[in-house]
Structures are given as C-alpha cells and as structure tokens.
Design a protein around this ligand. Structure first.
Ligand SMILES: NC(=O)C1=CN([C@@H]2O[C@H](COP(=O)(O)OP(=O)(O)OC[C@H]3O[C@@H](n4cnc5c(N)ncnc54)[C@H](OP(=O)(O)O)[C@@H]3O)[C@@H](O)[C@H]2O)C=CC1
Ligand SMILES: O=C(O)C1=N[C@H](C(=O)O)C[C@H](O)C1
Length: 242
C-alpha cells in the first residue's frame, strides 16, 4: 500500500484521482492546490501525482526531489523549458510525464507510429481533438503526443513540421506537415482522431475517453509503478509493457 499525494487535488482530475485511490489498495496522503505546501505533502507521500498547471511544475519537481520520491506529471500545456526541467529532475528521482495516462491512447500512439512510418510522408497527417468547454490549452497534450509519435516515425522534428491553428488564406498545406485542429464544448472527456490522408483514401485512428476516471486509474497505476524504480524518465509504455 502506497501513500499518494495529489497536486491539483480540488480540480476535475484531482477529484477523480482521489476517488481512484479510495477504490484501490493505496491510501491518500493528502492534496495540495495553488499556494499550498507541496514540500510537506511530498514528505508525507510515497509518490506524487501532479495534475495542476504548468506554472506549478518546477516547484513540484523540487518537492519530489527534496523528499526523494517519484512524481507522475499529467499536466499538459508544457513548453520546452518544462521538459528540460523534467529531464533534469529525472537524474534524481523517477519521473513519468505524459499527456494521457490511458491504456487506449498509449496503444493508439503505437498504431500511429507504425502507420506513419510505413506509409511515409506522402500521406498527410491531421490530428483532431475535442474536449470540454473548460479546457485551457490547445492542442491537447494527447494530440501533441500523437503528433510526436508520427514525427518520430518519419524521423523528423514535430516543431519543424506542425501546422497549428490555420485561419484565413493559409496557402496549401506543407509537404510532410502534421496538422492540428482543436474543438471545445460541453463536457467531452477527450476525443482524438489521427487522420492519414492519401490519394482517394483515408485511415482514421481514433480514441474516445468516456469518463476522466479512466485517466485517474492510469495515473494511479503509473505512480504506484514508479515507486522503488531507479531515477529516470519513464513513459506509460514502460508502465503498461507495450
Ligand atoms: N495526462 C492526462 O491523462 C490528463 C491530463 N489532464 C491535464 O491535467 C491538468 C488538470 O486538468 P483538470 O483537473 O481538468 O483542471 P482543473 O482546472 O479542474 O484543475 C487544476 C487544479 O490545479 C490547481 N492548481 C492550479 N495552479 C496550481 C499550482 N500552482 N499549484 C497547485 N495547484 C494548482 C487548480 O487550483 P485553482 O482552481 O485554485 O487554480 C485546480 O484545483 C490539465 O493540464 C489537463 O490538461 C487532464 C486529464 C487527463
Ligand atoms: O484537459 C483535459 O480534460 C484532458 N487533457 C489531456 C490532454 O490535454 O490531452 C488528456 C485528456 O484528453 C483530457
């Protein structure tokens, strides 16, 4: 049994994770929200789960390092500097950062990698996502994760090939571009489609999250898996053995 600390405890995901902990063999060490004592929470926990905001990331990593415990980061909207901070922290403690903790999306990313690699850049890739009206970042972390999978399979940098937020007279899509489109509305937990468009045919690979409890269970599985590991940066593929 592990004591789990939740950063962003009062948020939508924080509440779902607390419910997942309640239903598991593990126990809740406590939670922290904006302005609260993350270092103290870390000292009382065997692992931290962070679903809060990018601005909180560096402090949360320091708290995990200070307590010598692993941290799973589900927060999205991260920038390059955040990823550098995660890489640095992973020298000291086990860290898992992912835009999506579900088994289904982890599998989808593998399928995207395989399809994008086999079909080559002649097939255009567009990634469409829809989320609830309160989501604050776009494209979603999952869309970017799927875009990374496609770019890796093609041996290119996503940053150099992404087309985000098209509007107005954009001109034709670039050769080898990976396009993103974001829809927001209602209570949608998370829907992602990766469209591979060739000559007169399309492949559409999709994932539908029916309830955010799914992400909460995945986050708890991941955090528990990290306990006792060597310092390093891990993925959901490592956790799920995919
Ligand atoms: N990886 C995955 O599988 C998933 C990732 N997510 C991501 O998780 C994050 C949270 O999503 P969601 O729960 O819907 O968002 P919410 O806005 O509902 O919750 C965020 C929580 O974090 C708190 N918070 C904000 N800033 C800080 C801070 N500096 N320190 C500590 N706590 C803080 C907020 O408090 P306050 O309201 O006071 O600001 C709030 O309680 C988002 O980035 C989202 O994209 C979501 C689902 C799945
Ligand atoms: O904010 C959300 O709700 C979600 N965020 C994650 C993302 O940005 O991909 C994962 C999930 O789709 C729900």
């Amino acid at each position: 049994m592990a004591a789990i600390g939740i950063i962003g405890r009062e948020g939508r995901m924080g509440q779902a994770i607390a419910a997942a902990v309640e239903a598991s063999e593990h126990k809740l060490a406590g939670g922290a929200d904006k302005g609260e004592d993350v270092a103290g929470l870390a000292d009382a926990s065997n692992a931290l789960i962070d679903f809060s905001a990018p601005a909180a990331l560096e402090g949360n990593l320091h708290a995990a390092i200070g307590a010598g415990i692993p941290i799973l980061i589900g927060t999205t909207g991260l920038e390059d500097r955040h990823h550098r901070a995660i890489d640095e922290a992973a020298h000291a403690v086990p860290v898992l950062q992912t835009g999506n903790t579900s088994l289904g999306v982890t599998m989808l990313a593998k399928l995207v990698r395989e399809a994008a690699g086999a079909l080559g850049p002649g097939w255009d890739i567009e990634i469409v996502e829809m989320h609830h009206r309160n989501k604050v970042d776009a494209p979603s972390g999952t869309a970017l994760l799927l875009g990374e999978a496609a770019a890796n399979a093609r041996g290119v940098d996503l940053a150099d090939n992404a087309e985000r937020g098209r509007d107005g007279h954009t001109g034709a899509r670039g050769d080898g571009a990976i396009g993103f489109a974001s829809l927001r509305g209602g209570t949608v937990a998370g829907e992602h489609s990766v469209i591979l468009a060739g000559e007169n045919e399309r492949i559409v690979l999709s994932h539908v999250a029916e309830d955010r409890a799914l992400f909460a269970r995945g986050a708890l599985t991941g955090a528990a898996w990290l306990i006792g590991r060597e310092p390093g940066r891990y993925t959901m593929e490592d956790v799920l053995g995919l």
